[in-house]
Write a protein that binds this ligand. Structure first.
Ligand code: F6R
Ligand code: MG
Ligand code: MG
Length: 365
């Protein structure tokens, strides 16, 4: 049975500030998607949140980039925005960059990760959702899951994974893409994806079966809008077990709270903290950046779940470390590398300050 899983998300209003989603917004989205399921457009759906981002997880048989599905998501965001405006939630409708839907939500603000595949006899899926960071945050975890034998022992000892995986990498500045084969091209891959503000892993494929293994949202809101409109707060969908890494191999990279871009005013480096879904409430200095993981088993397209994967106690030390790193980074205040380099900051006073002090700069001897 061919299934499409579409994950479409947007920040349509925060409660309080940018720290959380209001339950009325989730209830409204639930209502919209329940109707679409009843009418037969969706096989199933799950509505959740990560911080101030509303997450719509949908299964159907309309294929990727379906106008009907994208319109359903868009209309749901519009309905949610009406609720957000009534409650005067913070930044109501902030990710909806256009007034009218034109066939596809890509480039209009919401984040999208979609994959179409033949459902296996058992189909475990992990859906990662992030708040207060950008799409490059998945580069290191995806590399570890699919190319690092120190993370994924299956690459070494499972015959159906030993051939490795193919990475599709997008250059979001030049709007180009390249595919690289691992393990033989890992050094080439790393020179790109080690620069996650520009190069982002969009998808990963099994070389054993050519099947899609993972897909991420690579929208860079700041580039779409040509001005600061909030961090992307990306999502990533990963299939697990069999020819793909085991669930535990997919989760393992998040034991390292690696430094990602985002946090306060989208202009800082901070640790990527794995948390349970209820704990995705970025509060301290509007952060630190969070990642949640919802696990599902698919059954003829039905979403059996979710299991809140990072609620597990084995991520307690990662959280502890993340909070210690947050303390350490915060003590740098307005200095790099806590503050992002000039060209990556999403808030800046540099043009105004430089202009004001123009006449006071004198040549060095
Ligand atoms: C939003 C975010 C926040 C805001 C900050 C300032 O994704 O990361 O840190 O950038 O709260 O928000 P404004 O400019 O809306 O007052
Ligand atoms: Mg927000
Ligand atoms: Mg957000």
């Amino acid at each position: 049975m061919k299934i499409t899983l579409s994950h479409i998300k947007a920040d349509i209003g925060g409660y309080v500030g940018h720290s959380e989603s209001h339950p009325d917004i989730l209830a409204k989205a639930e209502e919209c998607l329940a109707k679409a399921k009843k009418e037969g457009l969706l096989i199933d759906y799950h509505v959740t949140k990560c911080g101030d981002d509303l997450q719509l997880i949908m299964t159907h048989q309309q294929g990727e980039e379906s106008e009907k599905i994208h319109k359903l998501a868009w209309d749901t965001f519009i309905e949610g925005t009406k609720v957000a405006k009534k409650l005067k939630l913070y930044g109501a409708g902030q990710d909806l960059l256009s007034d009218a839907f034109s066939g596809n939500v890509k480039g209009m603000g919401p984040g999208v990760a979609e994959m179409e595949f033949e459902e296996r006899p058992s189909e475990p899926i992990l859906i990662f959702m992030a708040d207060k960071t950008s799409a490059g945050a998945w580069n290191m975890p995806l590399y570890k899951m699919f190319a690092d034998p120190f993370n994924t022992i299956g690459l070494v000892i499972a015959p159906n994974m030993h051939t490795g995986f193919t990475f599709e990498v997008h250059d979001v500045k030049e709007h180009k893409k390249i595919t690289l084969n691992c393990p033989e091209e890992i050094y080439d891959l790393l020179i790109f994806i080690g620069a996650p503000s520009r190069y982002m892993v969009k998808a990963v494929y099994s070389r054993e079966t050519n099947e899609i293994a993972a897909v991420s949202s690579t929208q860079k809101l700041s580039l779409i809008a040509g001005r600061y409109v909030g961090k992307d707060d990306p999502v990533c969908v990963v299939r697990a077990q069999g020819t793909f890494p085991a669930v535990g191999e997919v989760l393992e990279p998040f034991t390292l709270p690696h430094l990602v871009e985002g946090w306060m005013r989208g202009s800082h480096h901070g640790p990527f903290m794995p948390v349970s879904i209820p704990d995705s409430t970025p509060t301290r200095f509007d952060g630190p950046p969070r990642v949640t993981a919802a696990g599902f088993q698919l059954a003829e397209g039905k979403l059996i779940g979710p299991r809140d994967m990072f609620a597990d106690k084995s991520f307690d030390i990662a959280r502890q470390q993340a909070n210690e790193i947050a303390n350490y980074m915060r003590r740098h205040g307005p200095f790099e590398p806590h503050r992002l380099p000039l060209e990556e900051m999403e808030y800046t006073t540099m043009p105004q300050v430089a202009k004001k002090l123009e006449g006071r700069f004198v040549d060095l001897d």
